[in-house]
Design a protein around this ligand. Structure first.
Ligand code: EPZ
Length: 440
């Protein structure tokens, strides 16, 4: 009998564990680059699909390592995940075998914790590992746990695992956060969709990925409304239905390629760019003097001669403020600007350490404390051997290497595969000299 299982299109990741990029810098990037689907929307959408037993279909999902970690985690739970073609995933959580999210998943990716809310809401219990994730700060999940408890969950913590249960059913309530938390908001929204009664969440994160999740939940029949910029209200339902959804474009990838054009003296057009989600970042580009025009979903970037960029101060903030994930790429641009720029990284407590690697490439960097640094330019960057510490710093080291004179070797390249689809192919298509080097 023919195998009637759907064809699984499996992305073949490079076989090496340790890998590096070798980059020959000093070449202007020119051409067009497609912006992929959002990593930070996709991971939550895949998790949301466990709220129903019906099939959900997602398109424009980026082929990146973090998506594969989430898919593997869902499959390990017993959830059916089909991958019928590139960038397309179908999820059917008819039932699950285990309600256990292991350390292996959490150690690879903090976002595995987003399964807490939907599994608790749908099945009433889950054992989930305390996540590891990026090295950018303590990264606790206390606000997620407190939100679940506000919705009636009982959660105990033992030996690195949260043992969560919802006697009967979660019940709606008031979930307040001391500060904005993106995934804390998302976990609360996901849990509330099946809770008994009304839930109010504030301050609720305003990131576009949160609204993309809300759009999908409403397609599933959930009653979720953003009633004020920082408030989300949910009326719980008994069950939700399957739905289809196209993931929004990745604003962090878009910002990364805008800086790539600006620091290499190039001229690049981004296709399918999330122009409406880049307001604060485009304001910074404007202050620095990067020439940007937009037409529909296309953003065109024309670099100014190095030295003509102006220094400016930046401060990261929850959306609609400047995204903390765009602080590292912006720092590379500021190293090319005339004058001293001050960086206030207000969200995470050690997302500035990577600037030491930028200093090795010649940048005039001063790290004041966990949240403050300054950069004086314009500084000629020179090719060097450097190491990626996390996803966003890693992508930023590639930008610096592309701008630098000479050859760079960037170790830890697997970091960028977590969140940037086909990154070296996209740079090669723009005329960059970048190659993947296995390190055995
Ligand atoms: C999301 O992380 C993103 N990740 C991050 O992107 C992004 O940098 C961050 O939001 C801020 O925009 C995903 O969506 C998968 P937070 P999240 O909760 O939700 C503290 C990337 O590279 N906090 O908004 O984990 C926390 O330590 C990643 O794509 C608590 O104290 O971030 C931080 O200082 C990096 N307790 C602040 O809140 C908690 O329970 C904001 O974190 C939760 C958070």
């Amino acid at each position: 009998m023919a195998d009637d299982r759907p064809f699984h299109w499996e992305y073949q990741e490079p076989p090496v564990e340790r890998e590096a990029f070798r980059v020959e810098g000093g070449r202007p990037l020119r051409g067009e680059v497609p912006v992929s689907g959002s990593k930070n929307a996709s991971l939550k959408l895949l998790a949301a699909a466990v709220l129903t037993g019906e099939r959900c279909r997602f398109t424009n999902v980026p082929e990146i390592a973090d998506v594969r970690v989430m898919v593997d985690t869902l499959r390990d739970l017993g959830v059916v995940v089909d991958h019928p073609g590139p960038n397309t995933y179908e999820v059917a959580a008819g039932d699950v075998d285990w309600l256990f999210v292991p350390l292996e998943a959490a150690a690879k990716m903090r976002a595995s914790f987003i399964l807490l809310g939907p599994l608790l809401a749908r099945f009433g219990r889950v054992i989930i590992s305390n996540p590891g994730g990026d090295r950018i700060g303590r990264r606790p999940v206390n606000l997620h746990v407190e939100a679940m408890e506000r919705l009636g969950a009982e959660i105990a913590y033992r030996n690195g695992y949260y043992f969560a249960r919802a006697p009967g059913r979660l019940r709606g309530g008031l979930v307040t956060f001391p500060d904005v938390t993106v995934m804390g908001t998302e976990n609360a929204v996901l849990a509330a969709t099946l809770a008994d009664g009304h839930t109010t969440i504030r301050p609720a994160a305003q990131e576009p990925e949160v609204d993309d999740l809300i759009t999908f939940l409403r397609k599933m029949g959930a009653d979720v409304v953003r009633t004020a910029p920082d408030t989300i209200e949910v009326e719980g339902r008994r069950r939700l239905r399957g739905a289809e959804h196209r993931v929004i474009a990745d604003r962090i990838e878009a910002g990364t390629f805008i800086v790539a054009a600006a620091v290499t003296g190039g001229e690049v057009t981004l296709r399918n760019a999330p122009c409406d989600h880049l307001g604060a970042f485009l304001d910074v580009m404007d202050r620095v003097g990067v020439s940007i025009s937009r037409e529909g979903d296309d953003i065109s970037v024309r670099a100014a001669p190095v030295g003509e960029y102006a220094a400016t101060d930046i401060e990261t903030a929850p959306y609609p403020g400047l995204a903390t994930d765009l602080q590292p790429p912006t720092a590379v641009l500021l190293s090319r600007a005339a004058g001293t720029s001050h960086i206030h990284e207000a969200i995470f407590e050690d997302r500035l350490e990577w600037l030491e690697e930028l200093r090795r490439m010649g940048a005039d960097v001063s790290i004041v404390d966990d949240h403050h640094a300054s950069i004086t330019g314009p500084c000629p960057l020179r090719g060097s051997e450097v190491e990626m510490s996390d996803l966003r710093a890693g992508a930023s080291l590639i930008l610096a290497a592309l701008a630098a004179e000479g050859e760079s070797v960037i170790h830890g390249a697997h970091q960028v595969r977590r969140g940037y689809e086909n990154i070296e192919r996209k740079f090669l298509d723009l005329g960059a000299r970048i190659e993947h080097v296995s390190e055995g």
